[in-house]
Design a binder for this molecule. Structure first.
Ligand code: ADP
Ligand code: MG
Length: 248
């Protein structure tokens, strides 16, 4: 059983307080949606959980399986089973999916990271690429270099499939995808949930959640939790947008 808990988290970026006391919890087998208009702090929350430098935790805590991870570096957090699929994945010239997968595998096993990985990894990579509708050649292309927006998103989800993390955070996995793409990503997200992973899925469109129902929806607004509910809250946002945040 994995659980990720964010407790009264306040975060400063470049001297500006962006998150002002956010709390939430997600456990194995749960899909927790984080919604909210642009600039409400969703990506800041994701980066802070992943440990991105420059995201200063002013107060509060982040617990993985009950233990604080605030003192851990991003790679240590990843090795403990936290995966972040970026909203806007950066191009990584010279880094290829297959070599990245080999390096992570070696690191987990305590082997030299540049060594050859397990040959079975290739099969896993090919299967993951197929599930996200990317051709096998993407195993050896430089990551995100010249990729379209949708291809980048598919590649992030492929990595979540390959690395089998206990906690999966996906930051706008649906942006830039056509309806069929959104449907297939939703199916994969549901698969992750059935496998018992803990999921935080960030999006400002409710469209994704017409294909996979979230267990909990947390709405962020101006760095605070503005609303929390079940799947009905995502449906309300689909119908009304975020206008209710401003009137309430
Ligand atoms: P969301 O993902 O909900 O659209 P973000 O977390 O990206 O929102 O941003 C929240 C707020 O923090 C915005 O007002 C944004 O301008 C600000 N912000 C994010 N990153 C930085 C940064 N590196 N420097 C200064 N302000 C930032
Ligand atoms: Mg964002």
């Amino acid at each position: 059983m994995a659980s990720l808990e964010v407790k009264d988290l306040a975060v400063r970026v470049e001297g500006k307080e962006i998150l002002k006391g956010v709390s939430l919890k997600v456990s194995s087998g749960e899909l927790h949606a984080i919604m909210g208009p642009n600039g409400s702090g969703k990506s800041t929350l994701a980066y802070t959980i992943a440990g991105k430098p420059g995201y200063e935790v002013v107060s509060g805590d982040i617990l993985l399986n009950g233990e604080s991870i605030l003192d851990l570096d991003p790679d240590e957090r990843a090795l403990k089973g936290i995966f972040l699929g970026f909203q806007d994945p950066p191009p990584l010239p010279g880094v290829r999916l297959l070599s990245l997968v080999n390096a992570v595998y070696n690191k987990k096993k305590g082997l030299p990271v540049t060594g050859r990985g397990d040959p079975r990894l290739f099969k896993k990579v090919v299967q993951a690429l197929e599930l996200v509708s990317l051709s096998t050649e993407y195993a050896n292309r430089e990551l995100n270099v010249g990729f379209s927006g949708g291809e980048k998103k598919r590649m992030e989800v492929a990595q979540a499939l390959i690395f089998e993390p206990e906690v999966i955070i996906l930051d706008e996995p649906d942006s830039g995808l056509d309806a069929e793409g959104v449907r297939s990503i939703a199916k994969i997200i549901d698969g992750f949930r059935k496998e018992g992973r803990a999921l935080l899925v960030i999006t400002h469109y409710a469209r994704l959640f017409s294909f996979v129902e979230p267990d909990v929806v947390t709405v962020l607004y101006k760095g605070r939790v503005a609303a929390r509910g079940g799947a009905e809250l995502a449906r309300r946002i689909e119908n009304e947008g975020f206008s209710f945040l401003r009137v309430n």
